[in-house]
Design a protein around this ligand. Structure first.
Ligand code: BMP
Length: 259
């Protein structure tokens, strides 16, 4: 017998972490499993893009260290947009050092990520200490962490045992880890979210090893929960229309999995 696929609302009620609960509720309310990867290099361009596509997304993903003009005012405006359009903010910093170092990378430096991100992520290359260091900083704040269990790029090493140990670390840290960056469903725990980058409306690849799957393949066939789309949206001639198309494609694929 095929196990019953739970709705976002049903899963929200099973989440102990406030961030995954909030995200699943937004996904249910706005009917979207789309995360915009806003990989543009000027803050004004990023804010304009996010304001236009905001109604279609459940979360925006940033690379703060690729912005030429990152500043506190940008953070303030991004937070205002997240309230206006009801989405979360995910800083894709990919922490990957020993616990003591990530404490400072997460809380300090120019970006002070722990002051503004709802969601962060980490590689598990250093072992569970990276999660413990990040969690120390997140104490008392509403921040959830994703573990990078698989990657979309050709030849990456996040496979096999590495992926399995990463899933184990996630399952052992439910107070902080809310899910994975991955290419397919890795855990049957309904509280853990699966988010997949490398998504376009057609399969293919770029010139630097990125590989693309479709929303249908990622959500319906591979059982992931969330699509992460960058160039498919901000590289389109009409990003708002592109976001709308990805929203529909991703949500239809979710509905197909439910039925
Ligand atoms: P695009 O859709 O333009 O290929 O962008 C994908 C985004 O997802 C980039 O920000 C990239 O850093 C991120 N990403 C990825 O592509 N593959 C991974 O395995 C993990 C990522 O975070």
């Amino acid at each position: 017998v095929k196990p019953k696929v739970l709705t976002y609302a049903e899963r929200a009620s099973q989440c102990t972490h406030s961030v995954s609960r909030r995200l699943l509720k937004i996904m249910e309310q706005k009917k979207t499993n789309l995360v915009l990867s806003a990989d543009v290099t000027k803050s004004k361009e990023l804010l304009d893009l996010v304001d236009k596509t905001g109604p279609h997304i459940c979360m925006v993903k940033t690379h703060a260290d690729t912005l030429d003009d990152f500043c506190d005012d940008f953070v303030e405006k991004l937070k205002q947009l997240s309230n206006k359009h009801n989405f979360l903010i995910f800083e894709d910093r990919k922490f990957a050092d020993i616990g003591n170092t990530v404490v400072h990378q997460f809380s300090g430096g120019v970006h002070r990520i722990s002051d503004w991100a709802d969601v962060i992520n980490a590689h598990t290359v250093p072992g569970a200490g990276v999660v413990q260091g990040l969690q120390k900083v997140a104490q008392g704040k509403d921040i959830g962490c994703l573990l990078i269990a698989e990657m979309s790029s050709a030849g990456n090493l996040a496979t096999g045992d590495y992926t399995q140990v990463t899933v184990k670390i996630a399952e052992e840290n439910p107070d902080f880890v809310i899910g994975f960056i991955c290419l397919s469903k890795l855990s049957s725990n309904p509280a853990l979210l699966h988010m997949t980058p490398g998504v376009q409306l057609k399969e293919g690849q770029d010139a630097l090893g990125q590989r693309y799957l479709t929303p249908q393949e990622v959500i319906s066939n591979r059982g992931s929960d969330i699509i992460i789309v960058g160039r498919g949206i901000y590289g389109a001639s009409d990003p708002t229309e592109a976001a709308r198309q990805f929203q529909i494609a991703g949500y239809d694929a979710y509905l197909a999995r439910l039925s």
